[in-house]
Design a protein around this ligand. Structure first.
Ligand code: ATP
Ligand code: PRP
Length: 211
């Protein structure tokens, strides 16, 4: 029988993903974040785990290279991939916010510059609001941009609020709640329906145990 391929996001949610899979009794004994290996197999030889950069997980799933992806809602929203979002795994929780220096006006009619790691999410947010803007794509330390005049505001993730606070920035608007989600390739959902449903049931039970 073929494998069910899971694309798991590298980074801060990987440990919790592995823990959830273990609670669901799906074990990848060779998995080790320090290893440079990118493919792992479970004990029963039914699952193949591919370990990829978070923003690429929706692409692997949309293209069918992976049947299932486990990744943050931030990256799903940014990738705009044509996949099914099936489950909220309830970890990796944080929020998308619009933030800036205190008293920054965003609706003055002047074109805003907005720095973000998430240009698609940013554009969609401002389009909905009807506010003219341009995005500046950054890859990290986004909070720096309004402090040194690179942008007027930022769209970024806030978890504890420490990064904003330590840089004197304030939340202007909360855009969307983020958590780790499970996504499924549309064709796999039809062709591997039974196995995918069994997997989802196992994960649901594991989530209940964790609560
Ligand atoms: N404080 C946080 N900052 C960033 N992401 C968080 C935070 N809390 C939870 N997350 C979630 O964890 C995911 C992975 O975050 P991580 O910082 O490891 O990766 P990344 O930012 O996508 O990767 P990279 O730093 O290589 O660009 C995010 O996509 C998001 O869904
Ligand atoms: O509200 P907080 O708990 O402070 O967390 C939010 C910060 O964490 C993330 O950055 P990350 O650590 O991924 O670093 P980066 O600047 O390289 O994106 C995010 O982009 C914020 O900067």
């Amino acid at each position: 029988m073929s494998y069910l391929t899971l694309a798991m996001a590298k980074g801060r949610t990987a440990d919790q993903t592995i823990k959830l899979l273990e609670t669901a009794e799906i074990h990848f004994p060779a998995f080790n974040k320090k290893s440079r290996k990118l493919i792992f197999y479970d004990e029963t030889d039914s699952f193949k785990l591919v370990y990829v950069k978070a923003i690429d997980v929706p692409t692997y799933v949309e293209k069918g290279a992976a049947d299932i992806g486990i990744v943050g809602k931030d990256n799903i929203a940014e990738a705009q991939a044509d996949v099914y979002e099936m489950m909220d795994l309830r970890f990796g929780t944080c929020q998308f916010v619009l933030a800036g220096l205190p008293n920054t006006a965003v609706d003055s009619g002047k074109k805003l510059t907005v720095a973000s790691k998430y240009p698609a999410v940013t554009k969609a947010y401002f389009q909905k609001k009807g506010i003219p803007m341009e995005t500046i794509k950054l890859n990290g330390s986004v909070e720096l941009a309004p402090l040194i005049g690179l942008s007027d505001v930022i769209v970024d993730i806030v978890e504890t609020g420490t990064t904003l606070r330590e840089n004197g920035l304030k939340v202007i608007d909360t855009i969307e709640a983020i958590s780790t989600r499970l996504i499924v390739n549309k064709a796999s959902f039809a062709t591997k329906s039974e196995r995918i449903h069994l997997f989802l049931e196992k994960l649901n039970r594991a989530l209940e145990v964790r609560m």
